[in-house]
Ligand binder design. Sequence first.
Ligand code: PLP
Length: 430
Amino acid sequence: MTNAKHPDRPDLATRLAQPFGEGSGSITPPIYQTSLFGFEDFDSFADAMAGRNGLDIYTRVGNPTTRTFEEMMASAEQTDAAIGFASGMGAVSAVAFAFLKPGDRIAAVEHLYPDAYRLFERLLRPFGIHIDYHPVSAFEDDPDLMRGCRLAYLESPTSIMLQTADLARIAAHARRHDCLTVIDNSWATPVFQRPATLGIDVVLHSASKYISGHSDTVAGVVCTNQDLTDRIRDISLPLLGGKLAPFEAWLLIRGMRTLAARMQTHQATANLFVERLADLPHIIAVNTPDPGSVPGLDGRSGLLSVAFAPTIDMKAFVDGLSLFKPGVSWGGFESLVLPASVALGQKGEQNALQRFGVPASLVRLSLGLESSEDLWTDFTNAFHQAGSAQRVPVQHNKNGGNHETATDNTGRRVLASGDIGGGGHKPQAG
Ligand SMILES: Cc1ncc(COP(=O)(O)O)c(C=O)c1O
């Protein structure tokens, strides 16, 4: 099957399903489980060290299995190259340390992944980097928001609240101010959104999520053009050292084979939930971007959040579930539930959920690969047990959302701050 927009280019699903073809007949790549590579003689060793023959030297910097994964990711995201990291946070921090120096300014999205927020606040700010946070829609609406910024750190949709914006517009604004744009694309994956094709400079992932898909790997990846890849690689691998290991890369290659099919299944279940949640009482908001609600977003993943009315007892709901497990992270085959009240209560300093006002009545659902009807039955059984009968009109935040929304003069829904910011001390929700 070919891609309707690019007849010369096979569909992503087809490309990801291509057997490994290095001549042995093996359809899966070997795992080069080695820390170092030996050389035939002095000259080949010297040429490798001087960067003249491109041979691998040491797995912290390069390894064939890791490279196979990186090539698949670059092809999927339509970038020149990719670099694998030991975690999504390894990818985020590598990008930050490659491009920022004291005195620089970052414009970051509100509701960013909580540990990215902590990286910015605990490490970057004390190093003299200025950080301002804005709703993702502000990056789109204000052409001058990124003036004077070295880097714009984006998520679209954002974590937990799942707010989106027009990435092509943001990229155009950023270019006028010479600001580097970085996006965490873990939610959409290249199956549903390819930010580099919209003009975003650097696309990164927590590959621990949908890219892996099997909840057995912690990994990250950065996809970008050759020049930026060289700059990130130069500092991150030799000096920071958070390189993706060969076995993890092999697991990710296996995950990538089924990525397109898995995303379609996650989408079908998410669509079923969105449709039926609209008819359920005691639901105040469903946060999930509709496919096509912003240019370049072609699908809906299985991660969404739902705000319950106070009539629903969250603890009773979570304890009443049997297929959904309470847990952090997302994007695997299994369904998970993360109540915001639990994430708000995590130990540590103030986190992004508190800072940006995520309501405690919110619950994040990661819809897995189980039968959608079984998941719906499990959800509604627990939900009905946890509530009393009283109807509240449901609000579907098609661009993601928050409890309080208003409509702007174009009729488009705009976002306002949530109702419960929480006080106290706590961070992150995977
Ligand atoms: C949106 C997002 N980005 C980045 C990360 C960090 O990735 P990792 O856990 O692989 O370090 C996560 C983890 O949950 C995440 O949800």
